[in-house]
Design a protein around this ligand. Structure first.
Ligand SMILES: *[C@@H]1O[C@H](CO)[C@@H](O)[C@H](O)[C@H]1NC(C)=O
Ligand SMILES: *[C@@H]1O[C@H](CO)[C@@H](O)[C@H](O)[C@H]1NC(C)=O
Ligand SMILES: *[C@@H]1O[C@H](CO)[C@@H](O)[C@H](O)[C@H]1NC(C)=O
Ligand SMILES: *[C@@H]1O[C@H](CO)[C@@H](O)[C@H](O)[C@H]1NC(C)=O
Ligand SMILES: [Zn+2]
Length: 425
């Protein structure tokens, strides 16, 4: 007769492992990222079932539609099972990343060499930075450009970390509308804060020498928040590189998906009520102090914001509301036209192709997301959710030598978008 204890222990250990209670850094030795392509409705449903009932599956790119790829980060245990299940059903799959731990190591290897004292000119835009370094950078930029820059403090995070932003506003007396840019709502999407930081740094360092940067400051006041999920971001550095959510405690598991927690069609569909899910919408809308903080700040501290971008990765998509339904909002035509011009300008820099369209139509239905709320509730007509580089070769583990190329192309896209919005308020 089998002793039931080992099973209980196995369950407990894998539970603790998956949900991040371990003191040790989570190790992804032998994990592989598998790309799956469902070619008809039947395969799509099958795949969704496999993911729902599967264990040790970390979804990198969720199923959305027939002929749209799905990326799964699989433990050595689950890999063989999933692959044979897929093969049995004739569903196409291929390995995208052969060794996730090696890819994590490759991404961070370069980071280990960096000097942690950052002061103005010394900041290396071509590297990923810890939260502490990012906050030091915010302070030093505010000091260096004090005539046009102020720091704003949104709130403290669940674990008490500051959420700082930079407001950049030209001294001219002309009244301008606001433009809000944020990154890092999903902790593991490191290229988002890095790209936001690059763009803000470039604008400040070049507003006198580059007429396009100067025009950005003529057209708008800029509110820039590099990391809107500081606890999660910190956790990806210290404990689990693949952490996505906040770090709040509402139930048996830790964290809420902060991009399912906004008070707009909250948790209707494309979000989970399971506290252990990576898409957990939270116990109620705005349960997350970081999300509530940004929403309150936008509503009460700023006036007339007309542009909003929430940067994510990966997939190279410039997306508009709605996320909660495939129906299109009244301003879609203009919102999408803005996205189209952005993608064209972005592509002109180095050939990088982005797609555009509404969130629900281009990836999947997701309710309670930032762009839906800022558009519907804060009246920000041009609200976007953007998935930055790449299209899956490295996924969340994008090497740091792509930060500056990503920053450069996204910034030129932003210039085009700012012009479009300015002319089509
Ligand atoms: C999906 O792709 C397959 C093979 O290329 C094609 O036969 C099928 O019509 C496509 N289905 C849809 C819904 O696009
Ligand atoms: C930011 O604001 C919070 C309260 O909203 C406060 O507790 C914290 O000390 C402030 N942090 C900074 C750096 O000003
Ligand atoms: C900003 O909004 C306020 C009221 O909300 C309005 O009085 C003001 O004219 C607006 N400013 C601009 C530049 O649109
Ligand atoms: C543009 O892309 C090419 C290869 O696609 C690369 O070698 C080059 O470094 C890139 N340049 C910039 C400025 O990103
Ligand atoms: Zn994201």
């Amino acid at each position: 007769m089998k002793n039931p204890m080992p099973t209980v222990w196995t369950l407990l250990v894998s539970y603790l492992f998956m949900h991040g209670f371990t003191a040790q850094r989570v190790n992804y030795n032998g994990y592989k990222v598998l790309r799956v392509l469902p070619r008809n409705e039947e395969q799509l449903t099958l795949l969704q079932d496999i993911i729902l009932k599967g264990k040790e599956i970390d979804v990198w790119r969720a199923p959305s539609a027939v002929n749209s790829t799905v990326d799964l980060n699989l433990s050595p245990n689950s890999f063989e099972n999933i692959v044979s299940e897929l093969e049995a059903s004739g569903i196409y799959s291929k390995v995208l990343i052969d060794d996730v731990q090696q890819a994590i190591y490759n991404q961070q290897l370069i980071e280990n060499k960096h000097v942690s004292v950052m002061q103005g000119d010394d900041f290396d835009y071509g590297k990923y930075h810890t939260l502490e370094e990012i906050n030091d950078w915010v302070q030093s930029m505010a000091m260096k450009y004090k005539t046009i820059t102020t720091i704003f403090n949104i709130t403290n995070s669940y674990e008490g970390r500051p959420m700082l932003g930079l407001k950049i506003s030209s001294q001219s007396e002309i009244e301008r509308k606001g433009f809000w840019i944020e990154g890092g709502i999903h902790a593991r999407e490191w290229i988002a804060p890095a790209t936001v930081i690059y763009m803000a740094g470039y604008i400040l360092d070049h507003y006198k020498s580059d007429p396009q940067m100067n025009s950005l400051l003529d057209m708008f006041d800029w509110y820039i928040v590099p990391v809107v999920n500081p606890d999660g971001y910190e956790y990806t550095w210290s404990k689990d590189r693949m952490w996505r959510k906040t770090r709040s405690r509402h139930g048996v598991c830790i964290g809420v998906d902060p991009n399912r927690n906004w008070d707009m069609e909250w948790c209707k569909s494309g979000a989970s009520k399971d506290p252990c899910s990576d898409d957990y919408c939270g116990p109620f809308a705005f349960s997350e102090v970081e999300v509530k903080g940004v929403a309150d700040y936008i509503m009460t501290q700023t006036k007339n914001i007309t542009g909003f971008i929430d940067f994510h990765s990966y997939s190279q998509l410039w997306m508009t509301p709605w996320g909660y339904t495939k129906e299109l909002p009244p301003d879609f035509k203009q919102q999408d036209e803005g996205a189209m011009e952005t993608c064209a300008a972005l592509q002109r820099v180095n050939g990088t192709k982005y797609e555009h369209g509404s969130i629900a139509n281009i990836i999947y239905i997701a309710s309670g997301s930032s762009a839906d709320w800022t558009y519907a509730k804060a009246g920000i007509k041009y609200s976007y959710g953007v998935e930055l580089r790449d299209t899956g070769k490295y996924g969340f583990l994008l090497p740091s030598d792509q930060i500056i190329p990503s920053g450069e192309e996204t910034l030129r896209g932003l210039v085009a978008l700012a012009k479009f919005i300015y002319n089509n308020k």
